[in-house]
Design a protein around this ligand. Structure first.
Ligand code: ADP
Ligand code: MG
Length: 378
């Protein structure tokens, strides 16, 4: 796409969050895993100090001088198309993180292709950020560690794109492991690998992409984030991570009903993540179904980020025999996941499709995912 052979190719995966939704920016716990769907970045150097990005997502290339990045982000980001702010923003954030001047690195041509569904809650955004970060880190010999690369992806998303998201997606995309989830403490960024063992236990994880895109999610996300900040303030703690289950009666007395329900989702969700990690380790994956389903109920009733399509997907999967199911991702659309026995996989998928069709809804995309490896050079 750039007219000459690339110097190399890198890739990074999307992710599914098994459990722990909206807990990341509350400095709590999450348990995502990297999926086999990946974003690929081919990169070639150029001598003129410019950076050009092109993607199958939008064939029109975007090209700017590297020394213009500083003026572009964050204040003048509207001057470039939104999708290009992800890779260009990563370049900007990486140079900051490494303390490297733009004239100390070579110009680059970056070509991007991806099979991560966009806007489905599978974090195509973290995939493009992480793949670009790995490509530039190697090419520019920045020697940043994986966690620093994840942070640069987050900074790009927060400041260059303007989406106030947490660090979970980038950490999952960077640290993903085969057949394992990444237990992440979003306060300390400490991680632990947790074996999933789905295949060994005759289980599959179905992703049900409702294809109802979360285009209007930004406002809802910001509003939930503000509620959580208000809740933490009213509890006199730095973040909702510091509120325990036993504090909930005190919380209820101290805030309005809606804020309390937002707080209760975060507090109970953090506990469910800890319970899921312990259950996976002590009893295996078959035993986590109820925790997944309880997480969905909390997002539907307390955090109010589900949609009729996601509720239908979850309810139908459970009725057809799934061990547990929940919406995944930021909400307001996107995908649900369902943990199912191998032999029930097709029956559950068919049941969901049938119910959607009968309701006159778009047919969901349904596929299974296994936990795959994180970002790296191909
Ligand atoms: P999600 O991360 O759930 O897929 P987001 O709204 O966070 O949804 O990110 C999607 C956006 O990321 C797209 O609208 C686009 O701007 C950008 N993006 C994702 N993948 C690519 C890609 N391969 N090429 C260009 N831009 C991409
Ligand atoms: Mg995203």
């Amino acid at each position: 796409m750039t007219g000459h052979e690339p110097d190399g190719s890198w890739s990074a995966p999307g992710r599914v969050n098994l459990i722990g939704e909206h807990t990341d920016y509350n400095e709590g716990y999450v348990l995502p895993f990297a999926i086999p769907h990946r974003t690929h970045v081919a990169l070639g150097g150029r001598a003129d100090g410019r950076i050009r990005v092109v993607s199958t997502f939008d064939e029109v290339p975007v090209e700017v001088p590297l020394d213009a990045l500083e003026a572009l982000f964050p204040d003048a980001r509207d001057e470039v198309p939104e999708w290009s702010r992800y890779p260009l923003g990563v370049a900007w954030a990486l140079l900051h993180a490494a303390g490297r001047a733009t004239d100390a690195v070579t110009g680059v041509d970056i070509a991007i292709a991806s099979d991560v569904p966009v806007g489905a809650g599978l974090s195509s955004s973290a995939a493009i950020e992480s793949a670009t970060a790995y490509a530039l880190n190697d090419t520019w010999a920045l020697e940043l560690e994986p966690v620093a690369l994840a942070r640069s992806g987050q900074r790009a998303e927060n400041e260059a794109v303007g989406a106030p998201t947490g660090i979970m997606d980038q950490m999952a995309s960077v640290l993903g492991r085969e057949d394992a989830a990444i237990f992440l403490d979003c306060r300390t960024l400490e991680t632990d690998v947790v074996d999933l063992g789905f295949t060994a236990n005759g289980l599959e994880l179905l992703v049900i992409d409702t294809r109802v895109s979360h285009a209007h999610s930004t406002g809802g996300y910001r509003e939930r984030r503000a509620s959580c900040e208000r809740g933490a303030q009213l509890m006199g703690v730095p973040a909702l991570r510091d509120v325990q289950l036993t504090d909930l009666p005190a919380a209820e007395a101290r805030m309005d009903e809606v804020t309390f329900r937002r707080v209760r989702h975060i507090v109970t969700e953090n506990q469910r993540v800890l319970d899921t990690v312990r259950t996976l380790r002590e009893q295996g994956p078959r035993a986590i179904g109820d925790l997944l389903t309880a997480s969905h109920a909390s997002m539907r009733d307390d955090f109010e980020i589900s949609t009729p399509e996601l509720d239908t997907a979850v309810d139908t999967a459970l009725a057809a025999g799934a061990l547990g199911a929940r919406m995944t991702g930021g909400g307001f659309g996107g995908a649900a996941i369902a943990l199912v026995e191998d032999e029930l996989r097709d029956a559950v998928a068919d049941a969901v499709r049938t119910v959607f069709t009968a309701a006159g809804r778009a047919t969901p995309h349904i596929f299974t995912v296994r936990a795959g490896s994180g970002a790296g050079r191909d």
